[in-house]
Each structure stands twice: as C-alpha cells, then as structure tokens.
Design a protein around this ligand. Structure first.
Ligand SMILES: C[S@@+](CC[C@H](N)C(=O)[O-])C[C@H]1O[C@@H](n2cnc3c(N)ncnc32)[C@H](O)[C@@H]1O
Length: 371
C-alpha cells in the first residue's frame, strides 16, 4: 500500500475536502483503484494524475459532466491533457490581462470624468459560445465524407487553404497546405495532434495580407459570426477562391422544410432574426450558391443530420454538440424533446413524416457558396 495515498492525505495535498473526494468516487469521476486492509479508499499514482486533470478542468470552469467526458476520452493521454490544459490556462491568462487593461482604461476615463458606453463596458466580458459548449462537440461532430468531397472539389487546385471558424478541423483537406483560424480556446485545444496550425482570430478581422491564400473555406460557422458579411468579405480579401458551407434562412420556406423546426422547435425562428439573406451572403464573396443535400446517414451530427433518425434528437449527447439547442434555451429544448418522444412512441411522428422515410437525402436548406 506504500505507493497509495489515503483519502485524507490526498485531500490535504490537493486542497479539497474529503467530502469532495467521496463525491468524485460516488459519481465515478475519480475512483480509488484500491482499498486498504481496513477498507479505506487508497489512491494510486494514476488516480492522482486523473484527480489533477479533474481539478484543473474544474478550475477552468468546466462542469463535472463535461470533465467526465474529457478525462474518459480514450484518444487523449496524459500529455495531451497537459497540453490542452496549458493552452486553456494561457488563454485564461490572456483574457484576465485584457480585463485588467480594460478596467485600467475605464478607471482612467472615470478619473477624467468620461463615462464609457455599455457596449464598451461589456465587450471584454463577452464569453465565446464555443468556450462554453465546445467540449461536447467532438462526441458527434466529424467529417461527413460526401460533404467533404463537395467542399474539396470546390477548392479546385488550391494549394494553400485558410479554414475559418475551423473548430476541431473536421473538413480540412489532408492533401493541401492548411492554416486554420479559430477564436475559441476550447475548440483549438481539441484539435487533434498533427492538425493544421491554428491561429486565434475571428473571421471579421483576419490577420493576413491580401491574397495570402489560394482559397479560404468556412464550414458550419458563418451563422456564429457577429458580422457574417464582414467575415465573408475578409475571406474574399485574403484568398483568391472562397468556399462556404452554410444555411439558407431567406424567406419563410425553412419553416416547412424540416419537421424538427416545423413541429417541435418553432423557437428556431428567433435565431434567424437579423440573419443576412442567402443573396447578401453570396454577394459578399461575389459567388453563387448550390444546394447540398443531407444524406440520411450523415456522419457529422449537425442540427439537420438526423432528419431520418428522429430518435437521435432524444439523446442529450447529440443535442449538446449542436449550438441551436443551447441557444433556444432549456425550456424550449425540453418541451421539444418531450413532444418528439411522445410522438415517436405514439406513432404520430411516423404518420406525419411518411413521405421522408423512403428518401436517401433531403434538401434542408444547406448551401455551398462558391466564389
Ligand atoms: C459549428 S462549429 C464548426 C467548426 C468546424 N468548421 C466544423 O465544421 O466542424 C462553429 C465554429 O465557429 C467558430 N466561430 C464563432 N465565432 C466566430 C468568428 N467570429 N469567426 C470565426 N469563427 C467563429 C466557433 O468557435 C466554432 O468553432
């Protein structure tokens, strides 16, 4: 038992209470791998390593459920966790430094009798959505090969490619020289080892000279940008060719297109308020739009992906990897899920959607913009 620590000693070393360690044991987050002869918890070096990861993610503000997903991920070893934690901590450090600067500026302004605007006061505290929800992303979000083939085809003979809003890099072509841009530290930290280099920046202000790349691409991201038209113009500025995978929210056609928003989640409409039309988006890059059908067995779990597999929407893990569910709020989400569950059990969903179950691919408003 020499190499094991008792629960009391471990609590003391880690600066947490014994009760916390008992709780982590009860919920399966940090289980002591042995017991003493008297039946007390005994923690091995491996258990201590896991506790260190748990406490570090906790300090960064992750919830216990998210932490469980992170530390249980078989693809992430101790070194990868340390690297990820390091980059998250540096990001937090940079954010704290930016806040100190903003506070100093406001103190100076106040001393001179100048009042800052509400926008100026809040700007520095605005959390990135993907820093909050991003850790749930890799569970179901991955490259859909049929969509990837269309995107890569549209990139033509481009050798150098900028991937804007790159996330974990799902659609980065393996055979070109890719540079990624991603503002969320959580998403950047989840890029696989060996992924293209990634710059912390936002689409609206790309830190590159004019025409630096043969092509720029953006996948499932434009709807997150505070100013999509400005971001698309930036892509146009830095690249000779632009390829964008996005959503057509023009008019009211989308209401009838997808049973999920039509019958269960009308709150989706609130997310489209102020969203530029497809014509505005294509104009920003000077290109055209092509429809992209969603295969019935789409591998990338985006919002529309499970149109022929409705039970998937009852799965919390599927929903957590799609921002729509967080953005409509927990009440709308719960109501939609409850009603869908009822309709699936009663056969009402099948009755209403009889016409789609025989389709292999569906037109749900997804578009490839090419310029
Ligand atoms: C749904 S994910 C898509 C990620 C990746 N392109 C993919 O297809 O898996 C949306 C990404 O857009 C990023 N994003 C949000 N605001 C952005 C902005 N202003 N500029 C660039 N990317 C942004 C988010 O941080 C997030 O990683």
């Amino acid at each position: 038992m020499e190499e094991h620590l008792t629960v009391g000693r471990l609590a003391e070393l880690a600066g947490v209470t014994v009760r916390t360690l008992h709780h982590y044991d009860e919920i399966g987050l940090v289980l002591p791998s042995a017991r003493t002869a008297a039946g007390y918890r005994a923690y091995s070096a491996g258990d201590v390593e896991r506790l260190r990861e748990v406490l570090a993610y906790r300090r960064l503000g992750f919830g216990l459920r998210e932490i469980a997903d992170l530390v249980d991920d078989p693809a992430t070893d101790a070194v990868a966790h340390l690297r990820r934690l390091r980059s998250l901590l540096l990001e937090q450090h940079d954010r704290a430094a930016a806040m100190v600067t903003a506070i100093d500026r406001e103190l100076e302004a106040r001393a001179m009798g100048i009042r800052t605007t509400p926008e100026e006061q809040l700007k520095v505290f605005g959390a990135q959505l993907y820093d909050v929800i991003g850790s749930a992303y890799p569970a179901t979000r991955r490259t859909e090969p049929r969509i990837a083939a269309k995107i890569w085809d549209a990139l033509g003979d481009a050798r150098t490619v900028l991937n804007v809003g790159a996330g974990t890099g799902s659609y980065e072509p393996p055979d070109r020289d890719v540079t990624a841009v991603e503002p969320s530290a959580v998403m950047r930290a989840q890029r696989p080892a060996g992924a293209a280099p990634c710059v912390a920046a936002a689409a609206e202000s790309l830190p590159f000279e004019d025409q630096s790349f043969d092509a720029a691409m953006a996948v499932s991201t434009v709807h997150h940008w505070p100013d999509p038209v400005a971001g698309l113009r930036e892509m146009r500025r830095v690249a000779r060719r632009v390829v964008v995978f996005t959503y057509d929210a023009s008019g009211t056609g989308w209401r009838q297109r997808f049973w999920l928003t039509r019958d269960y989640l009308p709150e989706f409409a609130d997310l489209l308020v102020g969203w530029p039309s497809l014509a505005d988006l294509t104009r920003a890059i000077g290109g055209h739009a092509e429809p992209l059908l969603v295969p019935w067995d789409c591998a990338d779990g985006f919002f529309e992906a499970y149109w022929r597999r409705p039970e998937a929407y009852l799965d919390e893990q599927v929903r957590r990897a799609v921002s729509v569910w967080t953005r409509v709020g927990p009440e709308a989400e719960q109501r939609a899920v409850d009603r869908l569950g009822d309709d699936l059990s009663s056969g009402r969903w099948a009755e209403r959607n009889r016409d789609i179950v025989a389709l292999d691919a569906a037109e749900l408003g997804l578009r490839l913009l090419v310029a």
